[in-house]
Ligand binder design. Sequence first.
Ligand code: FE2
Length: 270
Amino acid sequence: MADRGNISLARFAGFDVWLGEDGRLIFGEGVIAPEPSARRLEDLSQVLLYPGEPGPDPLYLMYRDTGLVSDRRAMEDAGLRYDITVIYPGKIGSEYVKTLGHYHPKAPGHPWTYPEIYQVLHGRAHFLMQRGGEVSGQVEDFVVADFSEGDILLIPPFYGHVTVNPGDVPLVLANWIARDFQSVYEPIKLRKGLAFYDVEYKGQSIFMPNDSYGEHPKPRLAKPRDYPEIGLRQGESMYKAWQRGADLSFLVKPSRQESLWAELGVPPGD
Ligand SMILES: [Fe+2]
């Protein structure tokens, strides 16, 4: 496990887990070791700028529902799930490897969709988020977060999101999320991705508008920030923060952070 060539992710993951030389995760003792599900190149054909071009295959692996065995009960009782995703480096044509992308559904009894929190465990991430656009193709806000190891990102309600690996090493991410909902993939598939594609041009990442959308607000850059409201600080493991009592119940009941959504400029839905 702690062999040469395996990269320890424990500092931010919050428990023993390594990125193996073969690009798969190795879980330590006392850690739930889920089988990964793979997203293949063909699974993303509808959302790529250059479908049919070669690229890494699979593009990424999702290890859903991990954590310490001793924490399992508490996670289930809280209605929370902790997942780890490995996104391989590379490009499909000039577009960087990315996730399929989705929106979240509304939490029953709340005027908000489920939020989510990510932390980068290894590598570099571009998180792309957009509000609006599901029905009409009119995107109200487009946000890019260029984050690295230890950085934490809150995905507020209503933001569809895609994660891109613009680097040359595997990107490993963790997320906390409500256990019991199904992501909504169709609107992003129908519009062939988000409102912008993250592509390499002369060795740099640039954002190319997707013609399937009627409007393209200028991408806004999000900087890493602390979230004292939910007990999370940049550079500290969000798994350990939860173990120490950070209140993540808003992931299940988003109305609990109404003032945070207002601060972030997110209005409630119907
Ligand atoms: Fe999500």
